[in-house]
Design a binder for this molecule. Structure first.
Ligand code: ZN
Length: 61
């Protein structure tokens, strides 16, 4: 979401900037296809994690 601040009345974020790149990725194993994947959130133990493809297939849930 690089252009998230382009619109709206939000002020520029001042203070500490994140210099960790666009997004922090976490390694995980897809609960559907079993492939190793990276997700933009921290995988929670006990909760299924899906790779991009499987997540797209399951968004009806
Ligand atoms: Zn998958």
């Amino acid at each position: 979401m690089n252009d998230f601040n382009d619109r709206g009345p939000r002020q520029n974020n001042r203070g500490p900037r994140r210099d960790m790149g666009p997004r922090e990725m976490h390694k995980a194993t897809c609960s559907d296809c079993g492939e190793e994947c990276e997700v933009p959130f921290k995988p929670t133990e006990g909760k299924p994690v899906y790779c991009r493809e499987c997540f797209g297939k399951r968004r009806t849930f």
